[in-house]
Ligand binder design. Structure first.
Ligand SMILES: C[S@@+](CC[C@H](N)C(=O)[O-])C[C@H]1O[C@@H](n2cnc3c(N)ncnc32)[C@H](O)[C@@H]1O
Ligand code: SF4
Length: 372
């Protein structure tokens, strides 16, 4: 079932590692008005089918007024058929959380919060240029636990000043909090970020590759010992709390994205909206196209399938890939599959190919070797 993604492109402050699209201006109402018009105008001619997940991401959706979020949700309800058990998530930053806000989000239809904590270490948070402290994260989580059953915490590893000890501490805190879902991402150094410039000019030292892999090993081990399901390389959940939004993407389901920089996918084409907020508003006001699109080739679709599935707990379904793409996957990739199995990096039989914990450490390399 398709999912909807709404991009709210505003943040109070720029984190030094982040190259997601956002602006620090605050013309929230004008931009949200344009998102509503975009949904209404349906420029991409999507069929308004049932949806099983709605996700407000950013940027920082938690900084805009609830009545604006409500207006978008009303428009979505108006246009789409929303499944009864639809997951409705809002990404939030700890400094925005109050009981009042949480209650209002619940009232307007959100049933899941994804909280960006990144680290519980104040030195690391400062380095990342996060706006909040560890204490604010703790307070926010206490409030969320009292109001929402379903929530997620985002953490990162491989950050400046992080080491095996700081990661162990973060995970000890996670054990106490016991959130139903956690995403733990390896921090990447992205172009057009402060960290990119600092690394390029040798002004910042990041943990070495071995240290980062050791951090990941500890994450896998500790999360397993706490009973979490590692249902995708960077994602951990209690049973039945796997994110529908994430899973939809990994299952190559359709998703409809609205707002500046939002992407969409209809199983044949990929669409991406223009990033510039001002241009986005202007184009919407003048009834001009806000997106680019490309039709995916058969090779791109199969590679996307391999890339997303190999990262998940169910792995690559051999029968499905053969049937859908008219392939003989095990034969065509035999040499590399045998090699990675000998190295204990994958397990495979006639029906499934899966990464082992050892393989998850070098997932990108393995993926590259089994793609077409
Ligand atoms: C783009 S943010 C949006 C939500 C919210 N503003 C926040 O900061 O949590 C979503 C998540 O992306 C992840 N992220 C952003 N930049 C990243 C990077 N360079 N490497 C790894 N993860 C990153 C962070 O973990 C963050 O929680
Ligand atoms: S990580 Fe979140 S708060 Fe920080 S700049 Fe990116 S979107 Fe904004």
């Amino acid at each position: 079932m398709p999912g909807i993604y709404i991009h709210i492109p505003f943040c109070k402050m720029a984190c030094h590692y982040c190259n997601f699209h956002f602006s620090t201006l605050s013309n929230y109402s004008e931009l949200v008005g344009s998102i509503i018009t975009e949904i209404d105008a349906n420029q991409k001619k999507f069929k308004y089918s049932d949806v099983s997940t709605i996700y407000f991401g950013g940027g920082t959706p938690s900084i805009i007024e609830e009545d604006l979020l409500h207006k978008v949700l009303i428009k979505i309800n108006d246009k789409f058929k929303i499944n009864n058990n639809c997951e409705v998530t809002i990404e939030a930053n700890p400094d925005d959380i109050s009981f009042d806000k949480l209650e209002r989000w619940k009232k307007i239809g959100f049933n899941r919060i994804s909280l960006g904590v990144q680290s519980f270490n104040d030195t690391i948070l400062k380095k990342l240029n996060r706006i909040h402290t560890s204490r604010q994260s703790h307070n926010a989580i206490k409030k969320i636990k009292k109001t929402f059953k379903n929530f997620s915490v985002d953490l990162m590893f491989g950050t400046p000043n992080s080491d095996v000890k700081s990661i162990r501490k973060d995970l000890d805190i996670i054990k106490e909090i016991n959130p139903p879902h956690i995403s733990i991402y390896n921090m990447t150094v992205e172009k057009r970020t402060v960290f990119y410039k600092l690394v390029k000019n040798n002004k910042m030292i990041l943990p070495g590759d071995d240290d980062v892999l050791n951090q990941y090993d500890i994450i896998l081990k500790k999360m397993k010992s706490m009973g979490y399901i590692n249902y995708e390389i960077s994602n951990f959940a209690r049973k039945e709390y796997e994110s529908k939004h994430n899973s939809n993407y990994w299952k190559s389901e359709k998703y409809y994205g609205y707002g500046p920089s939002a992407h969409s996918y209809d199983k044949k084409r990929r669409y991406w909206n223009i990033k510039d907020n001002k241009k986005y508003i202007e184009n919407i006001n003048n009834n001009l196209r806000v997106y680019e699109k490309e039709t995916l080739t058969e090779k791109e679709i199969i590679n996307e399938y391999i890339l997303t599935r190999i990262r998940t707990i169910s792995g690559i379904n051999v029968n499905e890939i053969n049937r859908r793409f008219k392939k003989d996957f095990l034969n065509e990739k035999e040499k590399n599959l045998i090699f990675f199995e000998k190295q204990k990096m994958i397990t495979y039989d006639k029906s499934r190919i899966k990464l082992t914990d050892k393989g998850k450490r070098i997932a990108d390399y393995i993926t590259e070797k089994i793609m077409y």
